[in-house]
Write a new protein. Structure first.
Length: 283
């Protein structure tokens, strides 16, 4: 389908958004940036009416899912769906959903109070990783190496102003310093790269600009990615995996994934893949 109109809903135009906008005309698309902080969506009409597809790339862990719900209620096609975005925004909900479906996920404990935290310290051996239920890009992810540090870390958690910010997952630290980012468009795994922590930063998050290299096809990884897409539905995802002694496990799934690093590692033209997928979606 030619002449389609796409809105990128985001709070800023980054490297990825610029590449998507620049590539779109070659596929007959026009992409506009719509600031996700300047919308007042109502029940009867929508500031997004007139667009064939809304590509939601908000960095906010509240706005993306809410905007998708309202856009879908107005009959607008969203990428990703509200269901998928809301699952990805909540690490606990995502892991529960995938685990129930038989997709391997990283072990964890849900921590909502200091008592939860202290019980977790009794059950899981150090070192441990504490991360917010709502969050991404490696932010507020803390490595806990000893019990004294653990209590100090939780002091900061308790000082956070909102209850949802205090909700955390605590999980075993998988020593190895690497993770795998899988980029999915539609149902297809189009690129995969291994990210290794650089320098003194122990985190191997793809958004942190760590060392990376392309990864060959791995049937185990493909099976996990297929399982994720089966639960979330077709869309555009960054599926992050950890490797354990028992195989790969899902760490998280990003509904608005960065792709600069994985493009550098693999050479895959992700913006063109996204534009082709939109063509197929609207055909």
């Amino acid at each position: 389908m030619s002449g389609s109109s796409i809105a990128i809903v985001a709070d800023r135009i980054g490297w990825e958004e610029r590449r998507l906008i620049e590539t779109a005309p070659a596929f007959g698309h026009r992409i506009d940036w719509v600031n996700d902080e300047s919308l007042a969506l109502g029940a009867e009409d929508s500031s997004l009416n007139g667009y064939d597809v809304v590509l939601i790339r908000s960095r906010s862990y509240t706005r993306g899912g809410l905007l998708a719900v309202q856009a879908e209620a107005s009959g607008i096609t969203t990428l990703n769906t509200a269901h998928a975005i809301q699952a990805c925004e909540n690490k606990l909900a995502l892991r529960a959903l995938l685990r129930k479906a038989g997709v391997p996920v990283a072990d964890y404990r849900l921590v909502l109070s200091r008592k939860d935290f202290e019980k977790t310290l009794e059950e899981l051996p150090l070192p441990l990783v504490l991360k917010p239920v709502f969050g991404g890009m490696g932010k507020r992810v803390t490595l806990i190496r000893d019990t004294d540090t653990a209590q100090s870390v939780y002091d900061y958690v308790e000082d956070l102003g909102h209850g949802f910010e205090q909700a955390c997952l605590v999980e075993p630290f998988l020593d190895g310093g690497s993770s795998v980012r899988c980029f999915v468009v539609g149902r297809e795994l189009i690129a995969a790269a291994e990210f290794t922590s650089a320098g003194e930063d122990w985190r191997s998050n793809a958004a942190l600009g760590n060392r990376h290299q392309a990864m060959d096809h791995d049937p185990e990884v493909q099976k996990i990615v297929d399982g994720v897409v089966n639960e979330l539905g077709e869309g555009i995802y960054g599926v992050d995996l950890f490797k354990t002694v028992d195989g790969y496990v899902v760490n998280e799934v990003n509904h608005a994934p960065a792709f600069r690093a994985i493009t550098s590692a693999t050479g895959v033209d992700i913006p063109s893949a996204v534009s082709r997928y939109v063509q197929e979606l609207l055909a």
